[in-house]
Design a protein around this ligand. Sequence first.
Ligand code: TYD
Length: 133
Amino acid sequence: MSYKILEFDIKGDEKGHLIAFEEDQNVPFEIKRVFYIFGTQNGVARGNHANRNTKFLLISVSGSCKVDVFDGQNKETISLDKPNKGLFMDKMVWKKMYAFSPDCVLLALASEYYDENEYIRNHDDFLKELLSD
Ligand code: TYD
């Protein structure tokens, strides 16, 4: 399977909570890029693409959203609804994010710098590239 749910330890004390991400420790790749998605309009879907080279870890640090993942063999809908729940996706996973709550802040850690050329935005092309791998 090219994707996996990860549960992160919640640190902290009576003051509150904290979760730490460390590359090659609890994050299964070297982190080259961090971005977050917020203020997503009601009914909007994001993603709808696969990445030829980039691995991702998605965490909804506030609010919730859903992610449909498809790696060519397995298809699943994953609900990201806790700040200590992450979705790891290897390269070549088709992803669609949707059902964003108004307060959703979706944090993404990525293994590569942004490069539009490594995006596959057509689902048929994705299937063809999977078969030719
Ligand atoms: P896009 O890939 O369309 O977002 P999504 O797949 O979540 O719908 O990216 C939206 C815009 O942000 C687009 O103009 C490209 C830009 N962008 C960057 O500049 N750097 C990044 O790391 C990402 C993910 C996007």
